[in-house]
Each structure stands twice: as structure tokens, then as C-alpha cells.
Design a protein around this ligand. Structure first.
Ligand code: ARG
Length: 463
């Protein structure tokens, strides 16, 4: 273990009194921002390389600092680094240790920069890589959904509106709708890169610096697209934090909606899907129970994720521009939202692997509620030259008749049907067939089997 011998904060030269332990507890962020150690060291290395290139520090000092920083990275990675609350945050913990390893020359590392630009640099690099991680988790889910969809192209279930039987749908079409939602999530995360790709490093405390630094050099080194334009905006801007928290919120909301839908389908009233024991839990008193707790967890977690977004919006509201300590909480919010989302994505994936459709119940439920009534109306328009509105009224009369006779539409006789539309022939009965109905929805984006196959192909190619 490396011990910090001189337990003094860097600014102790002017602030003489020891800060209260309560202040240390509240003010110190090291327990949270130590997660940024790699990004902090990467940023510092780029910074000193630039200082050397610009002849602000010597070759020897640059190398010494980089040697020390690499050593610190190894210490932290191997769990051999002792973080100390009194040095407040990740930047000061690393700088303090750098002094211990290379001596006084460590004092050059902070030339022409401030913790204000340093923290945003670390944070932006971290968020950029976490977006990659999130999107690759989303891709894993999309792959599993595609597998399930492929197996269920011909599995017919009721499509619901208002949770009432609406029109027959392929189960795969529902699944492919989930892919659309997740695909938008991926795009939303990628859209965040636009702002994330502006390099904050070099704006220093708030006004820039009098040193002849080269911000384009660090921009390139750190994989950003361009340096930020205005030093004061740079240190106060946390829009990129909001963008990320919003993207996580929308993705969680999607997962929550899907979870709720699956909970309904899994309920004893519907029994449309089965969940294997791997993803259900029992009750402590009711021996028969298998509860979809994990789905409920997914639904519930959107609450805390929204909370994080609202916390950040509230922190920023009314905060004058430039740096204030209020901003420090952004890390905790982002880390918590990120971790929750990664958990949710992984759980969601596990549920999909342990979910099977109850095909018999799906088709039974789809055969109720006069679900092919719209198909009948469409048939009248196409074959008996009438407007849709007229066909709608005729079909409603046929549905009323079926209800009066306590029959399904397909069980009405041709003479019963003819009472409402005399020109009907036996040909009409084909429209009551669920497969016929699904197959006929060929318009782009519709549920026809052919459309679904094409979409599956498209997404498989994309992955
Ligand atoms: N730990 C701080 C934060 O996360 C770093 C910036 C500190 N700057 C300052 N002037 N106190 O916001």
C-alpha cells in the first residue's frame, strides 16, 4: 500500500484551518469519481505531451510525469492505491501521489489547466465509452429478439388497442416493434456524441490560459472532434449530462412499457406467454405462485432513472454559468443511471431467453371478440363497390347480429349474412380466417408474414 506521507491538501498553503470532518464527508467526491481514474490519467498524459510539444515543459519533465502517471494507473488497477478523502477528488488524489513518486516536478502537470476543465474532459471520455457499452448490450437484446421472432412468424395472437382485441397480429410483429424502439434508443445515444465530441481541455478555470497551449493537439490525442468554443460556457455546460440522462430515461421507459405488456400477457387472465422458473420467483405463503418479479423490477427502475434526470435539471436550473460545486453531483447521477440501465438491459435479455409464447391460448384469444370485423369491412369495399364508411356500418350490423345470435362471425350462415348485404356469397368466409387476415396486411410496415421476414432480414444484416 502506498501511504501519503504528507496529509495536506494542495490548497492548504492559504486555507490554514483543517476542514471539518463534516465538510470532508460532504465535499469529498472521491468515492464516486475514482471511477474516472483511467480517463483522468489519459487526459493528463495528453495534456503534458501537448505542454512538451509547445515547449512549455521539458522532455525530461514530460517523461517523468508520464512515467509516474502510468505507475499510478497500475496501482489503481491492481487495487494498490490508497484513495484519501482529504484530497477531495480523483484529480487531487492522483496529483498528490504523483508528487510522492516523481517529486517536485509533478508540480508542472497542472500548467495551463484547472480541475474545472479536467473533470469535464474525464467525464466526456467516460460517457463516450459507456455509450458504446450500452449500445452493444442493446445489440445483444436485438439479436435475441430476432431469434424469437424468427421462430414465431406464424404465431398469431390478438393485436390489442385499449387492451381489447383489435386485429390479428403475428407475435413476431410485436417483437419486431420492440426492435424499432431499441433501435431508436441506439440512435438517441449516438446522437449524444455530437456534443460529447467537443474537447473541453485547455479552457482552464473559466477564462482560458496565457500559456501557448495547442488545444487541437489534445483534441486529436483524446479522440474528440474539435475544441469547445467558449471557455466560460465549457466549464458550466452540463447539457451533455442531460442528454445522456434523457437517453437512459427513454430507454428505461421503453423497457418498462415492454415489461408491463409482458406482465399482462403472463397474468392468469391472459396466459399468452410462459416464463421459465429462471426468471420467476415464488411467494412466501402461496405455494402455487410464480411471480414475474424481474419484469416488475424492470418496470420499477424507470422511476429512479427519471429521478436522476430531474435531479440534474433541478441542479442546473437557476445556477449562474461557470463552475459551482453544485455540479459535482452530476457524476453520481450518471453512474447510477448507467449502472441501472446496464442491469436492466441484461435482465431484459435473460427474460427474452426464458420466454415462450403460449400459442394455443394466443390463437384461442384471437378467435374471440370478432377480431376480423375490419377484414370484413375491407372485403365489402373491395368486392361490393361501396365506400369504407358504408362497409363499416354494414359490418357493425353483422357484428350486432352475431352478438344477438351468440355466434362468432364465421359461424353465421350465408343467409344470415345476406340479410344485411344481399350480394354476399360464400367467398366472404375466407376473411374470418386469422392467417388470411395477417397475410393480407401487406402495406409497408404491416404485420404480413412477408413483411416480417423482410424486416428480420434487414435487422440481421444491420447487426
Ligand atoms: N470534483 C469536482 C467536480 O466533480 C472537480 C472540479 C472541482 N473544481 C473546483 N473548482 N472545485 O465537480
Amino acid at each position: 500500500m502506498t501511504k501519503n506521507k504528507n496529509n495536506k491538501t494542495i490548497w492548504n498553503t492559504r486555507i490554514k484551518g483543517k476542514s471539518s470532518s463534516l465538510f470532508q464527508k460532504i465535499g469529498s467526491s472521491i468515492e464516486i469519481d475514482k471511477r474516472l481514474y483511467k480517463e483522468d490519467i489519459t487526459g493528463s498524459i495528453a495534456h503534458v505531451e501537448m505542454l512538451f510539444k509547445q515547449k512549455i515543459i521539458s522532455f525530461k519533465i514530460k517523461n517523468k510525469i508520464i512515467f509516474g502517471l502510468n505507475k499510478i494507473e497500475k496501482e489503481i488497477s491492481n487495487g494498490k492505491f490508497e484513495f484519501n478523502k482529504i484530497y477531495e477528488d480523483i484529480h487531487m488524489n492522483i496529483e498528490k501521489r504523483l508528487f510522492q513518486i516523481i517529486g517536485e516536478e509533478a508540480g508542472y502537470v497542472h500548467t495551463g489547466r484547472s480541475r474545472n476543465d479536467q473533470i469535464i474532459t474525464d467525464f466526456k471520455i467516460w460517457i463516450k465509452s459507456s455509450i458504446k457499452k450500452i449500445n452493444s448490450n442493446i445489440n445483444l437484446i436485438i439479436k435475441d429478439i430476432l431469434k424469437l421472432a424468427e421462430k414465431n412468424i406464424y404465431t398469431i395472437m390478438p393485436g390489442f388497442t385499449h387492451l381489447k382485441n383489435a386485429q390479428p397480429i403475428s407475435f413476431a410483429h410485436y417483437l419486431m416493434a420492440y426492435i424499432e424502439m431499441l433501435d431508436r434508443d441506439k440512435k438517441r445515444f449516438l446522437n449524444n456524441l455530437e456534443n460529447l465530441n467537443e474537447n473541453p481541455l485547455g479552457v482552464a478555470a473559466l477564462s482560458g490560459t496565457s500559456f501557448n497551449i495547442d488545444r487541437n493537439f489534445t483534441t486529436k490525442k483524446l479522440g474528440f472532434k474539435k475544441p469547445t468554443n467558449n471557455s466560460i460556457d465549457t466549464i458550466s455546460d452540463r447539457d451533455f449530462v442531460l442528454d445522456f440522462l434523457f437517453s437512459v430515461s427513454v430507454c428505461s421507459m421503453h423497457i418498462s412499457r415492454i415489461a408491463e405488456e409482458l406482465i399482462i400477457w403472463n397474468s392468469d387472465g391472459f396466459k399468452l406467454i410462459n416464463l421459465s422458473d429462471k426468471v420467476t420467483t415464488g411467494s412466501s405463503i402461496m405455494p402455487q405462485k410464480k411471480n414475474p418479479d424481474l419484469l416488475e423490477y424492470l418496470r420499477g427502475k424507470s422511476g429512479s432513472v427519471y429521478g436522476n434526470l430531474f435531479s440534474m435539471l433541478t441542479i442546473l436550473k437557476g445556477l449562474p454559468i461557470s463552475y459551482f460545486k453544485d455540479l459535482q453531483d452530476d457524476k453520481d447521477l450518471i453512474f447510477r443511471s448507467h449502472d441501472t440501465l446496464i442491469d436492466c438491459l441484461q435482465i431484459f435479455n435473460e427474460i427474452l431467453r426464458n420466454l415462450t409464447p403460449n400459442k394455443k391460448n394466443m390463437s384461442q384469444l384471437a378467435s374471440s371478440g370478432h377480431i376480423t370485423a375490419t377484414d370484413l369491412a375491407d372485403y365489402l369495399v373491395k368486392n361490393h363497390s361501396m365506400s369504407f364508411r358504408k362497409a363499416y356500418i354494414k359490418t357493425a350490423a353483422i357484428v350486432n347480429l352475431a352478438e344477438k345470435k351468440r355466434k362468432k362471425l364465421e359461424d353465421l350462415t350465408i343467409s344470415e349474412l345476406k340479410k344485411i348485404e344481399p350480394n354476399l356469397t360464400n367467398d366472404v368466409f375466407k376473411v374470418f380466417d386469422l392467417t388470411y387476415s395477417v397475410r393480407s396486411k401487406k402495406s409497408y410496415g404491416g404485420t404480413s408474414f412477408d413483411n416480417i421476414k423482410k424486416m428480420i432480414k434487414k435487422y440481421k444484416k444491420q447487426l
